[in-house]
Design a protein around this ligand. Sequence first.
Ligand code: UTP
Length: 286
Amino acid sequence: MIKKAVLPVAGLGTRFLPASKATPKEMLPIIDKPLVQYAVEEAIDVGVDEIIFITSNEKHSIEKHFQENNAIAEKLIKSGKEDYVERLNPKIFSDVKFHYINQNNQNGLGDAVLHAEEIVGDDSFAVLLPDDLFFSNISCLRQLIDTYKQTKSSVIAVNKIDKENIHKYGVINPGKKEHDAILIEDIVEKPSADEAPSDIAACGRYIFTPSIFDHLKVTNFDKLGEIQLTDAIKNLIQNQKVYARLYEGEKFDCGSKKGFVHATIALALRDSSMSDDISKIIKEII
Ligand code: UTP
């Protein structure tokens, strides 16, 4: 099935400066787990066994995070803190192969995904943007896989967006319904509210057939100097069916400060070890 997942993490994280100066934005934690680990766990949960990070020279801590640390494990065991070893070195990581490919220039998300071509080869694969955090009974990626199983075509997760925020996203022109999904007729990167073809936008999880690479290779730089994944999808649609799956569940845009804080509060209120205290604190503040 889908055994490979690409996680682009080479972006500059400008919106999180200065926090993202020496710590990659993707390593910032929601409570006690870095953003990127939530995405890796989502991928492993659907059976992915190769994770391909598109990263940069500045982001070695991501590689370190997914390596086993036996020195600390021994210290934990010696001091009677065995319970923490699983949190340090999760067993689910031991059967996964992690690849790290540098994107030396931040030429956009499309360029980042293209860097994975050699390792992905001829297989369909997933793309997860770690700064989009999803919580649902059936994970976002599993919902996409469900559609992929039925269609054997590329499928992207979408959700509805308010008019005032639509200009930040890749927005689809929806066609007819097929299977559990919507056939995409067109997709437009960051349209103005007036020009947006719908209120349905891509939201950080994708499954692609390997044909996407051919389209990425011929995608031009946009006016901001980036190769947009959306533009390659737009071209892919001319040759193959591409589906949109309306994601059912919660989503937090942790690439923005507001979304990041929202996710932190939501998860804290859900954590039985602190929810009472946190809700008391929030009430006091308000
Ligand atoms: P974003 O635009 O949200 O991330 O890209 P960013 O560029 O790091 O953040 P800001 O806008 O400067 O605050 C979505 C994802 O694509 C990756 C990012 O790391 C993020 O996970 N990305 C983006 C790349 O890997 N390479 C790029 O050239 C651009």
